[in-house]
Unconditional design. Structure first.
Length: 249
């Protein structure tokens, strides 16, 4: 059994010696490579790609969506942000709203938050006991394994931000007119529970890594976070035989 991940032992700052300028230059090259892979993915229609972005409030999930996927063709890429469940969604199985947003062959689907919200919030807010949470983890493992068997390339990223950086970004939301629309009073309560959320995430990494491992991305520096995610995506996709289909002329 692999050692349980402890977020306190992992730095939220860049883990490799790379300058901001070097990361931005590398990101340009990686964006071109991702665009080329996407063209082949869309034409081949053998695989689909599901990218899950998780992280605490203000960890930069929206920024990652904007910058990491800026070079891909919008026709072959979709984004779904999962908020608090609606009344209709609560009337269904918790995976109902997730399954209907999964990608079809040839597509890249990005989940900004995901099925893991139905583990995180109920645990931190004490709305569910461990028996229910354990059952949900088992269902998620089965669900993700089924996707992978169906040629879904699944990648799961946790954006690892420090509590100090969270507070700094929350303050920026209050004072920066371009970011003020993001500010919600609920953010204060969520950020104050940084340690509680971290503990639940550690349990998620331990319980829900069967179909695809979690990639822990240092997120205190936006430029590094975006570069690291893009680099991981390109490296993973290059492992697959993704190419233009042969055409009989």
């Amino acid at each position: 059994m692999s050692k349980k991940i402890k977020l306190a032992d992992i730095s939220t700052s860049p883990k490799e010696k790379i300058t901001k300028e070097e990361a931005l230059e590398a990101s340009k090259k990686l964006s071109r490579e991702l665009a080329e892979i996407q063209n082949k993915l869309y034409a081949q229609k053998k695989y689909d790609v599901l990218i899950i972005l998780q992280g605490m409030d203000a960890s930069g999930k929206d920024s990652a969506v904007k910058h990491v996927f800026s070079g891909v063709n919008p026709a072959g890429c979709r984004v779904k942000s999962f908020k608090a469940p609606t009344e209709e969604e609560l009337a269904h199985h918790f995976l109902w709203r997730i399954s209907k947003e999964c990608p079809e062959k040839g597509m890249i689907q990005i989940f900004n938050r995901s099925q893991y919200e139905d583990i995180l919030v109920p645990t931190v807010e004490k709305l569910a006991d461990d028996k229910l949470i354990k059952a949900r983890c088992e269902e998620i493992n089965c669900f993700e394994a089924g996707l992978v068997r169906n040629n879904t390339i699944l990648m799961k990223f946790y954006l690892h931000i420090s509590h100090d950086k969270q507070v700094e970004k929350l303050q920026e939301r209050k004072t920066n007119e371009y970011k003020r629309w993001k500010y919600q009073k609920e953010d204060i309560a969520a950020i104050s529970k940084h340690d509680e959320f971290a503990k639940v995430y550690e349990d998620i990494f331990d319980r829900c890594s069967e179909a695809a491992p979690w990639k822990i991305i240092p997120a205190d520096k936006k430029w590094y976070k975006n570069y690291a995610i893009l680099n991981e995506i390109v490296q993973e996709l290059e492992k697959y035989e993704i190419h233009f289909p042969k055409v009989d002329l």
